[in-house]
Design a protein around this ligand. Structure first.
Ligand SMILES: N[C@@H](CCC(=O)N[C@@H](CS)C(=O)NCC(=O)O)C(=O)O
Length: 221
């Protein structure tokens, strides 16, 4: 059976939401980052980067070990969305919607997520606590600018979801990143268009089930 290695609330959340949306059978394997389990030999053997998440699946009778949250979402949607009657999660290859999906998945993962990692791990970018604090503050300001941009883009949607009328993996990925801003001075839930959008998403059974399975308590986003 497919396995998702997770630590509550981390970058495993988007793949977790997606596994639930797709209604797939999978096993959740806890690798608790708060106990440094991601740095222990057993996990490093599977994922030498020592990061969460990791997905293990069987592909053409061979085991595939996949890392990078966004890539895992794209892989799962490519492989399973049509099969699970959820083709809407993954617009057709070669379509304008698919191009827009690529654009947003890249922006979310290599720009917003990267900035959030600077916010959460500023000490890795600094030699002392004072500089780390500055880095954290600057990262928070840049995240706020990005959320303003995302909020304005969301306003252009002609439906309830980021790419229009259908839920896509971009929504699941963005929800995860928005959740990570919940303790900032200006969290994603306070933006005009993100506010009702996140409130709608959080009601999806796939999202509530994932939160329950990861034992995450309110505030959820
Ligand atoms: N780009 C990677 C980032 C993975 C990542 O940094 N995960 C964090 C949890 S959100 C982690 O493993 N942190 C533990 C550490 O860096 O020590 C992805 O999206 O999968």
């Amino acid at each position: 059976m497919m396995q998702l290695f997770y630590s509550p609330g981390t970058a495993c959340l988007a793949p977790h939401f997606l596994l639930e949306e797709l209604g797939l059978a999978y096993e959740l394997v806890l690798v608790d980052t708060s106990k440094q389990e991601h740095q222990q030999a057993a996990y490093l053997k599977l994922n030498p980067k020592g990061k969460i998440p990791l997905l293990i699946d069987i592909f053409d009778d061979k085991e595939i070990r996949l890392t990078e949250s966004a890539a895992i979402c794209m892989y799962l949607a490519d492989k399973y969305a049509a099969q699970q009657n959820a083709a809407h999660l993954n617009p057709a290859l070669g379509s304008v919607e698919r191009a827009r999906l690529y654009q947003w998945m890249m922006y979310f993962s290599n720009t917003l997520q990267a900035e959030l990692l600077s916010y959460f791990y500023p000490e890795r970018l600094a030699d002392n606590a004072e500089t780390a604090e500055q880095i954290k503050n600057h990262a928070e300001q840049r995240v706020a600018e990005m959320l303003s941009y995302i909020d304005a883009e969301l306003a252009k949607s002609d439906g309830d979801y980021f790419l229009g009328k259908s839920l896509s993996i971009a929504d699941l990925f963005l929800f995860m990143l928005c959740r990570w801003t919940r303790n900032m001075h200006k969290p994603a839930r306070t933006y005009t268009h993100l506010s009702p959008y996140l409130a709608r998403l959080v009601q999806r059974p796939a999202i509530t089930n994932s939160f329950a399975q990861e034992a995450l308590a309110a505030p959820l986003y």
